[in-house]
Structures are given as structure tokens and as C-alpha cells.
Ligand binder design. Structure first.
Ligand code: B12
Ligand code: SF4
Length: 558
């Protein structure tokens, strides 16, 4: 590949759009247990995650390396969090209004969508862009176009706002497109581009992977306003309370495992590809020195695949005095004591444990993730000894799981000494094996390609949606409150932090007030204990909490 020497060629203007990651209704009508913010219009809105869109930053850097392009980005998650009032009755209206004010005339518009819950917003972003920029080439890419191109095109191919959809990673297909001179001719034969016509004619798209990740230059972080992107990072909800300047990084792509609930391989494939250690070091230095990074958020799917490489990266972080956190769960089998000590030495004080289930049958046969319970127990204990806070991720409600399996999970998870458990509902994410299975058997409730992990959407002969919702909440109450490990082990200060986190999100959480009060009591602060108890008394008799108060025999207020 060589850089284009044709300096006379016009600069191509590219506009990337990132739709809001959460559905419009979830934004305007947040559930009780979600983080919200009040706008000047007096109403409360959900806060969509504002994490950096690495795929766009990668493609932008890559295109700028090889061609004359000018790139802009509108991330509607940022826009939705930042706007003072919100007077729109649809996501389409919001996007259309923003686009019509844009002082940039793009030659190419690329809409990026990674998440099933954002499917509708993806479509409406495309429609809004088409209305505002009638004759511009509009394309889509990311997990959703890759896995749901048939759902996007086949119902009404002629009405789609998208001229083409990219299958898989976009760096090379985008470069070919920019260089093509005639997008529509190029789309006709390109193996990674799907058009409405090709979709209707049995086309089978193929990936175009970059084998050597170092060919992608330092990501184009300049497309983003980092302060705005730091406003509602998913990671801050469970990591340090210290104000960090955080940047997302991804040092590898791919994952060889075949977890049935995962859709990642649809875009990045199953073969591991890596940035070189020299390149990683150079990027980290740049982020620290030029961008003022204090925290790196790792997005690798399988960070632990090469043990020596991990030790080197952790050493680099330590040497550069950069904090780090790992958003996806790290493969537990690789977290032996020396490895955990290396994480600790690099300043890591919190890890996500991808335990996924407490049932061996579910892990092995239904999730295809044969993780042993003893490994999860050992890692949680080691982390506790080292002073690393652990958040354990659990999924319930996978097709084939029985009520007995869920009871097994319920029982076994109490033997894992993690600090906090996140009990999630399995979602039929488009691109995952589960989606295919659930669709085939008619297990998916409603017209969804997969939901947020908080929403149960799968119903099988073994369980109903209502049962999964109920068990999700019950397991949450049991593991995080009633049998809270930190309290049981006398770590009252740590336990208190967990309960206070809950209270910041949900002020009327009777259990959080009750157990926070118990912690204060144990810590000798009788005044705070009494204040928490009063708040508990205030909420314990509401219709929602009454049932759980009596189920767990908590004291009934007089
Ligand atoms: C980081 C991340 C997040 C971040 C988002 C960061 C961001 N702003 O993009 C956060 C933490 C917010 C997040 C949230 C969620 N996530 Co997430 N996340 C990831 C993760 C681990 C990495 C994404 C990434 O940065 N990749 C690196 C870049 C380089 O690749 P990329 O983004 O895919 O972009 C490439 C291609 O997709 C393509 N491309 C992308 N956009 C475009 C646009 C155009 C025009 C073109 C041509 C090409 C193109 O080219 C890019 C470069 O190669 C992926 C797994 C994965 N490895 O992809 C899961 C993943 C995307 N997440 C997933 C899920 C399910 C979720 C949640 C729904 C989970 C939840 N909490 O309930 C939420 C959704 C938001 C919500 N409702 O809260 C699923 C999505 C599957 C699906 N069908 O929905 C994935 C695939 C993980 C999985 N195990 O299946 N996530
Ligand atoms: S869930 Fe994680 S380990 Fe499992 S296949 Fe997906 S990326 Fe790999």
C-alpha cells in the first residue's frame, strides 16, 4: 500500500455519526435504577455512555495516513448528555435538527453502530442524514450493520437511507472506497460492502481485516472533546472515585473463544492480531504527554492471550505511572497469583471478573465457556488479599438454562468472595450464537435484535421473562446486600462504599440504606447509623420494598 502522491486531488470531507447507544424511550423515560440527570427543562433523562468511539478514531487515523481527507464526528451520546433541554419527540428529530445546523458539507457520511439497543437510532440517524444531505453517499458500519444487514435492507430495500453497509472492520474497505473515485461502481464488486441490491440477490459479504495492526497510526483522538467524553464513562460507575483523564485503548483485536452470548467475532474475527509492544509504548507515552492521560481504559476482547506481553504492558504502565482499567472481563484462568501481583504493582485496584454463571452445566454446555468455579473462587480471594476490588459479571436466562441451573448459580455464587455482583439478563444480541438459537425457536420476546443486559428478552419452555427479571433482582439483593461479602468479612468501609454508590443512583433503595446503617454501626458512627435507619424506615413500607423486606425478614418500621 502506498500513500497517494496526487496532491492536487480535492480533499474528501467525511462526517462520522454515532447514534445514541440507548433507545430513545430509555433516554426520555429512565427506569428507577438508572443514572439520570436533570436538564434545564426540569425533566430527568437517562445518561447514555459517552465512551470514546474507537472504531471511528481508528478509521479516521488510517484514512488520514493514506489520503487527503477532512473528518468530523458527531457523537449523539455526547450531544444528548450536553444539551440543556430536550424538546424532541423522536431520535430522528434530534438528529435532523443537529445535522441541519452543521457548518460542514460532507462528501461521505458514515454512521457507526455497535449495539443492538441502538438499532432504531441507527436507522433514524441514516434517515435524518438522508433528509438533510439528500445527495451525499451515506454508509453504515459496526457490529449492527455487520450482523443485521438483512434486517436493515430486506424489509424495504428501496427505502433504506444507506447506500452501502460495511461488513466487519472498516479501515481497508473505507480506504478503497475513498480511493475508488466512483463509490457506486465500487460498491457493486467490493467484497466487504453490502448494498440493497446485493442484499436482495444472495450476496455473501466477506471481511477485510488488517493483519498488521501497526499499519493503523495513533488513533485520531483529536476528533473528540475528551472532557465531554469523560462525562459519563461506563467505567467510572464502578472504578475509582478519583477524577481521572481517561482514554480508551485497544492493543489487540480478535478472540479465539466461542462464548455463545458474544457477538464480537462478527466484526473482529477469532484470530488474535496485536499492536507491537513498541507501538503500544509509543501510544501510551503520547497519550500521557500530549493528551494529559492519567487513566487508560483497555477494550481488548482477550487481553490475556499472551502472558509475557501482558507482563510487559503492565510494566510499561507502571513505568509511565498510568492508571488502567479493563472494561471487558479478563480471562480468569490467566489471572494466577503472579499475574494479579503484576496488575497490582501496575496500580490496578479494580478488576471485572467474567464469571458469567455459577452453574458448571450452563458454563460448559450452554455458554461454551468451561470455566471452573474453583478458579473464580481463587481469583476473587487473591484479589481480595491483594487489595483489588472485584466486580463479578453474571448472566442468567440463556436458552437451555433451567430453573434448577439458576438455583445452582444462586447457591454457588455465594462461595465467590467478590466485592460486588452485576446480575444481568442474557440478551439475544444479533451476531451471537444465542441470537440464532433464540430466533430459530421463537424464544425472543418482541421485535428485538437484542437488548441491554438489564432487559430480559428471552422466554423459553424453561422460564418466562418475568421469572428471569424476578431472579435477577433477587440475586442482586442476596449477593450484594443480604449476604454481602465485605460485610461478612468485616470490611465495613468497603461495603459502605458499595451501598453509597447504589444510593447515589437510587435514593429510595431501602436495602442500601439498611445495610449502610449496619456498616456505620459496626464502624462506631451511631449518628450516621441512625440517619440511615430513618431513611430505611421511610422506604421499607413502600409497595415495592415491602415484599423484599418481609422475604428477607428485615425489621419492619413501627
Ligand atoms: C468498548 C465497548 C463498549 C463501550 C462503547 C464504546 C464506544 N463508544 O464505542 C461501552 C462500555 C459504552 C459499551 C456498552 C455496551 N456494549 Co459494548 N463493546 C465494546 C467493545 C468491547 C469494544 C468496541 C470497540 O471499541 N472496538 C474497537 C474498534 C476498533 O472496533 P469497532 O468499534 O468495532 O469499529 C470497527 C468496525 O466495527 C467498523 N466500523 C465501526 N463503525 C463504523 C462505521 C462505518 C461507516 C464503517 C464503514 C465501519 C465501521 O470499523 C471499525 C474499525 O475497524 C465491543 C467488543 C468488540 N471487540 O468490538 C463490545 C460490544 C460492541 N458491546 C456490546 C454490548 C452488548 C454492549 C451493551 C449493550 C452492554 C450493556 N451494557 O447492556 C452496551 C450498549 C450501550 C448501553 N445500552 O449501555 C456487544 C454488541 C453486540 C450487539 N449485537 O449488540 C459487543 C460486540 C460485545 C459482545 N461481547 O458481543 N460497549
Ligand atoms: S465473551 Fe469475551 S471471551 Fe467470550 S468470545 Fe466474546 S470476547 Fe471472547
Amino acid at each position: 500500500m502506498s500513500a497517494n502522491p496526487d496532491h492536487e486531488k480535492n480533499t474528501m470531507k467525511i462526517l462520522f455519526l454515532v447514534p445514541m447507544h440507548i433507545p430513545f424511550g430509555a433516554f426520555t423515560n429512565p427506569d428507577d435504577n438508572q443514572r439520570v440527570s436533570q436538564k434545564q427543562d426540569g425533566r430527568f433523562y437517562n445518561l447514555p455512555p459517552t465512551d470514546l468511539p474507537l472504531g471511528v478514531l481508528s478509521m479516521s487515523a488510517f484514512l488520514k495516513k493514506w489520503e487527503k481527507v477532512e473528518v468530523q464526528l458527531i457523537d449523539f451520546n455526547i450531544e444528548a448528555v450536553a444539551c440543556q433541554s430536550f424538546d424532541y419527540d423522536s431520535f430522528f428529530a434530534f438528529a435532523q435538527n443537529r445535522l441541519s445546523q452543521l457548518d460542514f458539507k460532507p462528501d461521505l457520511i458514515g454512521v457507526s453502530c455497535l449495539f443492538s439497543p441502538a438499532f432504531q437510532n441507527f436507522m433514524e440517524t441514516g434517515l435524518a442524514a438522508r433528509q438533510v444531505f439528500e445527495n451525499t453517499v451515506i454508509i453504515g458500519g459496526g457490529n449492527i450493520p455487520t450482523s443485521a444487514w438483512q434486517e436493515i435492507y430486506l424489509p424495504t430495500p428501496e427505502k433504506s437511507p444507506f447506500d452501502a453497509l460495511c461488513y466487519g472492520e472498516g479501515e481497508l474497505p473505507m480506504l478503497e472506497l475513498v480511493r475508488s473515485g466512483n463509490p457506486f461502481e465500487y460498491f457493486k464488486t467490493a467484497k466487504s460492502w453490502i448494498t440493497p441490491e446485493k442484499a436482495c440477490n444472495g450476496f455473501v459479504p466477506q471481511h477485510t481485516f488488517i493483519e498488521n495492526l501497526d499499519e493503523i497510526p495513533f488513533f485520531d483522538y483529536d476528533l473528540c472533546d475528551i472532557d465531554q467524553h469523560n462525562a459519563n464513562l461506563v467505567v467510572t460507575s464502578f472504578a475509582t472515585s478519583k477524577k481521572e483523564r481517561s482514554f480508551h485503548v485497544m492493543t489487540s483485536r480478535g478472540c479465539p473463544f466461542k462464548c455463545t452470548f458474544c457477538a464480537s467475532h462478527a466484526v473482529h474475527g477469532r484470530d488474535m492480531r496485536y499492536h507491537s509492544l513498541e507501538r503500544i509504548r509509543a501510544d501510551f507515552m503520547m497519550l500521557k504527554e500530549k493528551y494529559g492521560a492519567t487513566m487508560l481504559i483497555f477494550q481488548d476482547d482477550h487481553f490475556m492471550s499472551d502472558r509475557n506481553r501482558v507482563f510487559t504492558i503492565l510494566n510499561t504502565l507502571k513505568e509511565l505511572d498510568l492508571h488502567s482499567t479493563y472494561q471487558s472481563g479478563l480471562a480468569l484462568y490467566a489471572l494466577d497469583r503472579p499475574m494479579l501481583e503484576a496488575f497490582h504493582a501496575a496500580g490496578v485496584r479494580q478488576l471485572v471478573l467474567a464469571v458469567e454463571s455459577g452453574s458448571q452445566r450452563v458454563l460448559k454446555h450452554l455458554m461454551k465457556k468451561p470455566l471452573k468455579l474453583e478458579i473464580s473462587q481463587r481469583v476473587a480471594n487473591d484479589c481480595r488479599e491483594l487489595g483489588i476490588y472485584t466486580n463479578t459479571n453474571i448472566l442468567i436466562g440463556i436458552p437451555g438454562e433451567t430453573k434448577e441451573d439458576i438455583e445452582d448459580t444462586r447457591k454457588n455464587l455465594r462461595t465467590i468472595n467478590s466485592n460486588w455482583f452485576h446480575i444481568n439478563c442474557t440478551s439475544p444480541l444479533v451476531g451471537s450464537e444465542i441470537h440464532a438459537v433464540a430466533k430459530k425457536h421463537g424464544y425472543i420476546q418482541g421485535n428485538t435484535l437484542g437488548a441491554d443486559y438489564k432487559v430480559a428478552a428471552i422466554e423459553t419452555p424453561d422460564f418466562s421473562v418475568a421469572h428471569i427479571r424476578e431472579m435477577q433482582y433477587l440475586l442482586n439483593l442476596e449477593l450484594n446486600f443480604v449476604y454481602n461479602n465485605d460485610m461478612r468479612l468485616g470490611e465495613y468501609q468497603t461495603a459502605l462504599k458499595g451501598f453509597e454508590n447504589v444510593i447515589t443512583i437510587r435514593k429510595d433503595h431501602a436495602f442500601a440504606w439498611f445495610y449502610a446503617g449496619e456498616c456505620h454501626k459496626q464502624l462506631g458512627d451511631t449518628e450516621q447509623a441512625a440517619a440511615c435507619r430513618r431513611r430505611y424506615d421511610q422506604y421499607a413500607t413502600t409497595s415495592f420494598w415491602k415484599q423484599y423486606v418481609s422475604k428477607f425478614a428485615l425489621p419492619f418500621p413501627e
